[in-house]
Design a binder for this molecule. Structure first.
Ligand code: ZN
Ligand code: ZN
Length: 288
């Protein structure tokens, strides 16, 4: 893991992506295909973050036996393409009762912490939070008796708990809970209770020095028309001086920079001039 943060005055925009899936989890194509795409698009660096294995069977996380293979493949690519691009080995990790802590796993450079599901103690079942709309409704009805505020607040509480107890380098798609909320179908982001909950989380993030990603993945996969997090949250983050990184959450080599130009406008509009990336083995602030 790399801890040191420095600011070096690079002259140009260092296009990069630190949130990349591949065929070893729920992405398409192998890591090398993403590296070749990144080189072609002039990227300075790319970080792989397959979904780390979880303690139960899923269709989207890496199988435990594939973890050493994944690390070996990415590490070999680091060496093979070292003259063309910097490559880092990360994991997108889930936080739930009894989850494995991958932060100091050998040869893992960094982690992106996420909440994709929640454990329903009453029914002894894991329930999806960022799945399809039908899955979302199932979680809302079965686990939360239809109480959307309780569901959303539980999501943000879990993020806060993860940031404190399993502090990742980067927080994944902060408000992914809005994924199925097109046209305010379930809740309204401008409601005071929602804003207060987000704000409460931002203070915890600030305190624990976590980087928040601006994630364009919901757009490339057709789920949303907006980045995570929403621009009003980005403006609050800027006020608190929380570092951010622009990521595509790519599941296909062609999507490693999807919506980047628009996202850059949104980020700059929130007042940001720099993003924090892992470069030359250090977390550094580079110009956008
Ligand atoms: Zn995710
Ligand atoms: Zn992801």
């Amino acid at each position: 893991m790399y801890d040191l943060v420095t600011t070096i005055s690079y002259k140009k925009n260092m296009i990069s992506n630190y949130h990349t899936h591949c065929a070893l989890c729920d992405g398409k194509m192998m890591p090398e295909d993403y590296v070749l795409s990144a080189i072609k698009k002039g990227f300075a660096s790319i970080g792989f973050t397959s979904h780390a294995p979880v303690l139960f069977e899923t269709s989207w996380t890496m199988k435990p036996e594939n973890l050493p293979i994944y690390i070996r493949i990415v590490n070999n690519l680091k060496e093979e393409y070292k003259n063309d691009i910097q490559i880092y080995t990360g994991l997108e990790t889930d936080f739930y009762p009894g989850c494995k802590d991958y932060r100091n796993y050998p040869k893992i450079d960094y982690t992106i912490g996420a909440i994709h599901f929640i454990y329903d103690e009453k029914n002894k079942k894991f329930m999806a939070l960022d799945g399809s709309v039908d899955e979302f409704i199932e979680t809302l009805d079965i686990t939360f008796n239809g109480d959307i505020r309780s569901l959303v607040e539980t999501y943000y509480n879990l993020l806060g708990e993860m940031v404190v107890t399993h502090t990742p380098n980067i927080l994944a798609h902060l408000d992914v809970i809005k994924k199925n909320n097109m046209n305010n179908r379930f809740f309204n982001e401008s409601d005071l209770w929602y804003r207060k909950k987000v704000e409460e989380l931002l203070y915890i993030i600030k305190e624990n020095k976590v980087i928040v990603e601006v994630n364009t993945g919901g757009i490339s996969r057709g789920y949303t028309t907006d980045v995570y997090p929403s621009s009003w949250i980005l403006k609050l983050m800027k006020q608190l001086d929380i570092p951010l990184v622009l990521n595509s959450d790519a599941h296909h080599p062609d999507w490693i920079d999807t919506y980047y130009n628009n996202a850059l406008d949104i980020i700059k509009n929130a007042g940001y001039t720099h993003e924090r990336i892992l470069y030359n083995g250090q977390w550094q602030d580079v110009p956008l």
